[in-house]
Design a protein around this ligand. Structure first.
Ligand SMILES: [Zn+2]
Length: 123
């Protein structure tokens, strides 16, 4: 195993690495059937699918972590215009990442009194 791969693997727990291997087995079974891949399958074809999975996994991860951040804004915030307490909703938009488009969930407050929308302050 190369140093780069060892270093990449060292960031994760044995449990996470085992889940990644399990995911690989699941995708292989779903793609090639329970009997596994055909022997004619080339390394290039394996690598191509692996890379697609990597990109999709990356955007799924980006969205998951970003949603976790958005969920932290579950408390009321005062409208900057009228001061009324407002509850957050979620606004979705596409975000272009190195691995494809991710669905970004941003907390957004809508003031029912003055119909102003505002984003939470981070302080
Ligand atoms: Zn307001």
């Amino acid at each position: 195993m190369s140093k780069a791969v060892e270093k990449r693997r060292a960031r994760f727990s044995p449990e996470v690495l085992a889940k990644m291997q399990e995911l690989g087995r699941m995708i292989s079974a779903e793609t090639y059937g329970e009997g596994g891949p055909p022997v004619e399958l080339t390394w290039n074809e394996i690598e191509e699918l692996g890379h697609e999975i990597g990109k999709l996994t990356a955007t799924e991860f980006d969205q998951t972590v970003q949603r976790q951040q958005a969920e932290r804004y579950d408390t009321e915030q005062a409208c900057p215009q009228c001061g009324k307490g407002c509850h957050p909703g979620v606004k979705h938009r596409d975000l272009t990442t190195r691995d494809g488009t991710a669905d970004l969930s941003e907390p957004e407050f809508q003031c029912v009194a003055c119909e102003r929308s505002f984003f939470p302050s981070t302080d």
